[in-house]
Write a protein that binds this ligand. Structure first.
Ligand SMILES: *Cc1c(COP(=O)(O)O)cnc(C)c1O
Length: 380
């Protein structure tokens, strides 16, 4: 049996015709730039998140960059985030020449640890504290990060929280007993519709959603080079537009999203049931009910990660490492002067985590094969 880490072909039979129709409609309309599908998708995704505004953009990376640009972040500012994420999270701040600061992650969830983040802020000099212009928590792998303690701190200081929700569209958390979607509590939430996310386009696409009218307006203006009206520029933006064809494709897929989440949750429960108890192996740890985790990835933690990975590869099971090098140890960030040992939890996660195959259509037969191989490895 050959099992990919993600099988996008498995969803094609149910989508192919509708996707082709949607794309053909865009072609025939000739409204290739900012066509009507964009506003329709923006409203649908904003409603899905539980906020007022959606601003479709060219990618998840650009959603982050545009959000930070709209906060006027620049060389005198500090941006705090996790050292354990996809590069784009930190890259967006670095591209604006902001000073990056990291706080270590929670060893159970791999998400930014709110306590350590607050300690970091409290340990700053008064001058530095005034320079903190954004905190970017990432809802990694599909499980909401605990940002409630951060919201309490930032409510006093006014520091905006930009949620990197690229892997967690539809995930949930709770605040004061209210259950809400990840991305609805910060100033803005950045989605990626990269094909491997739970809601993936047929190419690059992303969106910023926000409840803040003024921020939404600024994002919309900066998305088109800061122009309003066209050719009159009060702000310096860029071309961050979402492609109409991507919006049309995403509108075809959006109605399936909750079902896909459920199927991923079922697959995760099946893994949990059969992998729990294997010596040394830790399954994903839930901080909320399972239905709040959208399992963009199913991550196990094992001491001999690289050995297990190559053992599975020899049995045609593809796995992935997210992420082999924490951000503070990336060569491009040498100038930040972090060193090995600064964020031990992130460093250990980078050595021990492995993403098993997960997608809505994965079958029990496929999972049994993977589980059998992991058991065989651990008994060897
Ligand atoms: C995918 C991803 C991004 C970037 O999204 P793109 O659409 O690929 O630009 C940013 N942050 C995280 C955590 C991601 O997983």
């Amino acid at each position: 049996m050959k099992i990919p880490q993600l099988d996008l072909k498995a969803q094609l039979p149910s989508l192919r015709e509708e996707l082709i129709r949607a794309i053909t409609d865009v072609i025939d309309s000739t409204q290739y730039i900012m066509g009507p599908s964009i506003a329709e998708l923006e409203q649908a995704v904003a409603r899905y998140t539980g906020v007022k505004h959606g601003i479709g953009v060219s990618s998840g990376t650009d959603a982050l960059l545009l959000s930070l640009m709209a906060l006027d972040i620049g060389p005198d500012d500090i941006v705090i985030t996790t050292p354990y994420s996809f590069f784009a999270t930190a890259g967006a701040a670095a591209r604006l020449q902001a000073r990056l600061m990291f706080a270590d992650i929670d060893p159970r969830t791999y998400n930014l640890d709110p306590g350590r983040t607050i300690d970091l802020i409290e340990g700053l000099s008064e001058k530095e504290r005034a320079q903190v212009k954004a905190i970017i928590p990432v809802h990694l792998y599909g499980q909401a990060a605990d940002i409630v303690p951060l919201l309490e701190v930032t409510a006093l200081s006014g520091i905006p929280i930009i949620e990197d929700c690229a892997q967690a569209i539809g995930a949930r958390y709770s605040r004061d007993g209210d259950v809400v979607r990840a991305g609805s509590l910060g100033l803005a939430c950045c989605y990626s519709f990269f094909p491997s996310k739970n809601l993936g386009g047929i190419g690059d696409a992303g969106m910023v959603v926000t409840d803040d009218d003024d921020f939404a307006d600024k994002l919309r203006i900066m998305r088109v080079h800061g122009a309003r009206p066209k050719y009159y520029h009060h702000l310096i933006g860029g071309n961050f537009r979402l492609d109409t064809i991507q919006a049309a494709a995403l509108l075809v897929k959006l109605p399936f999203l909750d079902r896909w989440h459920r199927e991923r949750q079922e697959a995760a429960a099946y893994y949990d049931q059969h992998l729990n108890g294997i010596p040394g192996l830790t399954c994903p740890q839930l901080t909320y009910p399972r239905e709040w985790h959208i399992y963009n990835q199913y991550i196990i933690n094992v001491p001999d990660r690289d050995g297990l990975k190559s053992y599975l590869a020899k049995r045609d099971v593809s796995t992935a490492i997210y992420y082999p090098v924490p951000l503070h140890l990336q060569p491009c960030f040498d100038y930040l002067n972090y060193r090995k040992g600064d964020f031990p939890v992130a460093e250990e996660a980078a050595e021990r985590t492995l993403a098993l195959p997960i997608y809505p259509e994965i079958s029990h037969e496929q999972q049994d094969y993977i589980i059998g191989a992991i058991r065989a490895y651990s008994n060897a």
